[in-house]
Design a protein around this ligand. Structure first.
Ligand SMILES: *Cc1c(COP(=O)(O)O)cnc(C)c1O
Length: 398
């Protein structure tokens, strides 16, 4: 089927919540993807920070293929080996601590964290939650109630939980908002959907301290930032801060759907038998994929690669001198390219025309989150093309 056919049939068959996407992809290899008309693109978004090993990585293909042959699904009525190995591996990456609950998506990982926090709050007379304005935690009703972007939250309110929003990065506002009646604080280590916005240095350390002082749980949503994206396994490790609960998803399965909620200390043992569950959670195929991702990140030195190639991208794009370019922010392979005008959608389209998939995450911000395997020359190709991509947009308007 041609792209045109696919997109038209998509639009007729699906709910209109995504609009009509601009491209239909059929295959990929490494950091290159191919659309339904045979056009190739360099992938700088990786399915929203998901395809951490790029496309069709042999380690992922082998792990998934072998697992689907062995057994595809078990449910939680029984135990499977990949889920045990994965939970142990995640614990090892987190200093040998934590207890794991596996989910199928990011929003479900946050629902698990929220249920832990509700249970903790009920037992301790704590009735409200704090989260960040412009933060993003998912689309299911619980996670949505924590999501600080009004336009996506308010049409579906009111919500069952009392959530108070504070400006992201403002340590004083956080201090004022969190009291001994607060059950939990939910934060991303940098706003992802908000436009890749890192907080001021020390913010996460302060958030940790505020939670420790008041007894509120500190929940870190690393669904987008985790699993090597910023050059360390977890973004919170840059500041040496440990949350009480950590949520993961996107990059963990390398393209297979999986999420995790990890509770540390008492938070790992809050649920009693029967308190939570998921039919597909711990699915052996997704767990085998996640194990392959973690092994490959280690074996191929992808944390270093993310830091090194991320710096090349950051420096290269920062050095571009163009009236439409304001600056670059972020860390590792998780960057926000900030424009001087609300023209990110046009820049995304111009980049696509030039053979690069990027993402207009905000009206004035382009998000880059390529596979962790991206090579220096591929990063250099985008840097080199960037001035003419911006020119194409400037010219179109003039
Ligand atoms: C993507 C994302 C989610 C939601 O994950 P889904 O898998 O889409 O449900 C939650 N939190 C953050 C920080 C995210 O980036």
């Amino acid at each position: 089927m041609s792209s045109e056919d696919l997109l038209a049939r998509y639009t007729a068959a699906f709910m209109p919540n995504y609009g009509t996407p601009p491209v239909a992809l059929v295959s990929g290899k490494g950091c290159t993807v191919r659309d339904a008309d045979g056009r190739e693109y360099l992938d700088f978004i990786a399915g929203i920070a998901v395809s951490s090993l790029g496309h069709a990585h042999e380690a992922l293909v082998t792990a998934v293929t072998e697992q689907v042959r062995a057994i595809a699904h078990t449910s939680n009525l029984v135990v499977n080996e990949p889920e045990v190995l994965l939970a142990e591996r995640l614990r090892r990456l987190l200093g040998g601590e934590g207890r794991v609950f596996l989910t199928n998506s990011g929003t479900e990982a946050n629902e698990c964290a929220l249920k832990l926090a509700v249970k903790y709050g009920k037992a301790n007379g704590r009735s409200y939650f704090v989260a960040a304005e412009n933060g993003f935690h998912g689309r299911s009703m619980g996670a949505l109630s924590l999501t600080g972007k009004r336009s996506i939250r308010e049409p579906f309110g009111p919500f069952a939980l009392d959530v108070r929003f504070v400006p992201y990065g403002d340590a004083d506002a956080l201090r004022r908002a969190v009291t001994e009646e607060c059950a939990a604080v939910f934060l991303e280590p940098a706003l992802g959907e908000g436009g890749v916005v890192p907080p001021p240095e020390g913010y996460l350390t302060t958030a940790r301290q505020v939670c420790t002082d008041t007894g509120a749980l500190f929940v870190m949503d690393e669904i987008q930032s985790g699993i090597g994206r910023t050059g360390t396994w977890f973004a919170h490790q840059h500041e040496g801060v440990r949350p009480d609960i950590l949520t993961l998803a996107k990059g963990l399965g390398g393209g297979l759907p999986i999420g995790a909620c990890i509770g540390f200390g008492p938070c790992g043992e809050l649920f009693a038998k029967g308190d939570h569950g998921s039919t597909f959670g711990g699915n052996p195929i997704s767990c085998a994929a996640a194990l392959a991702v973690l092994t490959t990140i280690d074996k191929e030195g992808l944390l270093d690669n993310a830091a090194r190639v991320g710096a090349l991208l950051f420096d290269g794009l920062s050095a571009v001198d163009h009236p439409l370019l304001k600056g670059v922010r972020g860390r590792g392979l998780w960057l926000g390219v900030v424009l001087t005008a609300d023209r990110a959608a046009e820049v995304e389209a111009a980049a696509r025309d030039a053979g690069f998939l990027v993402n207009a995450v905000q009206p004035n911000v382009i998000r880059l989150a390529p596979p962790l395997i991206i090579a220096p020359d591929q990063a250099a190709a985008l840097v080199e093309a960037f001035p003419s991509i911006l020119d194409a947009v400037s010219v179109k308007k003039g």
